[in-house]
Design a protein around this ligand. Structure first.
Ligand code: ADP
Length: 442
């Protein structure tokens, strides 16, 4: 229950309370006593002035200090203090303790003396040994100290109780976080902690929640990926398996066409593996782009040339309207891959006598390339998923043409890793337009 952090917190609270309460108690007790002592000494000073006046009046009345011992005795009794009276030359003429009479006064004998004046003349001096504090004064000071101590103890106890409650509250989110982390270690990735505490601990909770969300997302992605890959491998593998079993049992003749089909299937597998490697690299941010300054239009023209034969074979015409030359900083191999994929898709999905237009335009610091076809188009419901991994509109047809459903996913990763953007617009039956924008160097 008393985790070390809680102990440390409590010890700090305790230390602060002890120092705080102790300092306040010390200061307030001292100031009360000082105030009291000041009051007492002011009172004493007035008293001694009155005493000097009494003795002065006595002298004026009597004309000398004769029989002054009666007065000193009375005063001494009244004040409960020993009183010594000297003449102006310092010889003792009255002492309530009757010890110093006739002797010369030693100055350090007393801690208080008052001169007795008659008119402008000094006629003697009264020496008093004042007590440090009277029993009454001592009682007063003790009661002040006791009150301060009681107040201090009460404040200390209240402080410690509050510290116990606060430390519990402060540590609650940390306890929750520890428990959630332990559960995550055991594979329960659905953990979320309360972040309503705000401040640093709230932020820690938010970071933890974000971490948990990402871990969960990664796990789901990994699981989906494995299941998708298994699914994609199954088709070409079972095709190959079927043909090989047919050949082994003698049910299929080993004709050139059969071997061509087998070869075709192995190519599909090879493409799938290559595309998967690209997707993985791109997702991990490890595409290893070899960027250089290049003319985008040159790359597009080269790819159009390379796919011309396929387009003619399909009876599709390719036209271009390239503005430029536009110099961009990019990896030529990867940009070629994107252009090739877009034109290839357009050829595949455009029927005979169709037309494909390729254009480039520059606007506000970027160059936009569009590949437009008047082919099959993409249904509205499929359009938002077109860049997702393994997404195909017509699954059986696409597999038949060797499509992996990864081409657009890779294209998107490549364009985005160049700081660009790729989008698709389409209407079913009317055609599609794919556009990618790349930033122009400043
Ligand atoms: P594939 O390798 O299957 O072509 P892509 O990721 O390149 O994979 O494309 C995903 C899917 O998007 C395709 O299977 C196809 O259904 C659709 N598609 C892509 N380009 C076009 C286009 N120009 N016209 C119609 N459909 C397209």
């Amino acid at each position: 229950m008393f985790s070390s952090l809680r102990l440390k917190l409590l010890a700090s609270f305790f230390l602060v309370i002890v120092i705080g309460v102790g300092t306040i108690a010390y200061i307030s007790s001292n100031s009360a006593i000082n105030q009291f002592d000041r009051y007492v000494s002011r009172d004493q000073a007035e008293r001694y002035q009155r005493l000097a006046l009494t003795f002065s009046n006595y002298y004026r009345y009597m004309g000398s200090w004769d029989e002054v011992s009666n007065l000193t005795a009375k005063v001494s009794e009244m004040y409960n203090e020993r009183i010594v009276l000297t003449d102006p030359s310092g010889v003792v003429i009255g002492d309530t303790a009757e010890k110093l009479i006739g002797e010369e006064i030693v100055s350090d004998w007393s801690n208080k003396s008052v001169t007795i004046n008659l008119g402008d003349f000094s006629i003697g001096k009264i020496y008093i040994r004042t007590q440090q504090r009277s029993p009454l004064q001592k009682t007063f000071i003790n009661s002040v100290n006791k009150s301060v101590l009681t107040g201090g103890i009460i404040a200390g106890i209240v402080g410690i109780v509050l510290a116990l409650l606060f430390s519990r509250n402060i540590l609650k989110p940390i306890r929750e976080l520890t428990e959630a982390t332990k559960k995550m270690q055991q594979g329960e990735l659905d953990q979320r902690v309360d972040t309503s505490a705000g401040g640093e601990i709230g932020k820690l909770g938010e970071s933890f929640n974000e971490l948990a969300r990402r871990l969960k997302e990664q796990k789901t992605l990994r699981e989906e990926m494995v299941s998708d890959v298994a699914h994609e491998l199954r088709n070409p593998l079972s095709n190959i398996q079927g043909y090989l079993e047919g050949l082994r049992e003698g049910m299929i003749d080993p004709t050139k066409k059969v071997f061509e089909t087998l070869h075709q299937q192995s190519l599909v597998l090879n493409r799938l593996v290559n595309d998967l490697r690209d997707v993985n690299r791109a997702k991990a941010g490890k595409l290893n782009l070899d960027k250089k300054l290049l003319v985008l239009e040159d790359i597009i023209s080269r790819e159009i040339k390379a796919l011309k034969a396929k387009a003619e074979e399909n009876g599709v015409e390719i036209s271009k309207n390239l503005n430029g030359p536009n110099l961009i900083e990019a990896d030529p191999e990867r940009i070629s891959q994107v252009v090739r994929n877009l034109i290839d898709n357009a050829i595949t999905h455009t029927p005979e006598e169709g037309e494909i237009k390729i254009e480039t335009r520059t606007s506000s610091g970027e160059v936009r390339t569009t590949v437009t076809d008047d082919g099959a188009g993409i249904p509205e419901k499929d359009l938002p998923y077109i860049f997702d991994r393994f997404y195909r509109v017509d699954k059986s047809r696409s597999r038949g043409t060797g499509g992996t459903g990864l081409g657009l996913t890779i294209a998107k990763e490549i364009i985005e890793s160049h700081g660009g953007k790729i989008t698709a617009k389409s209407r079913e039956g009317e055609g599609s337009t794919f556009e990618f924008a790349l930033p122009l160097p400043e």
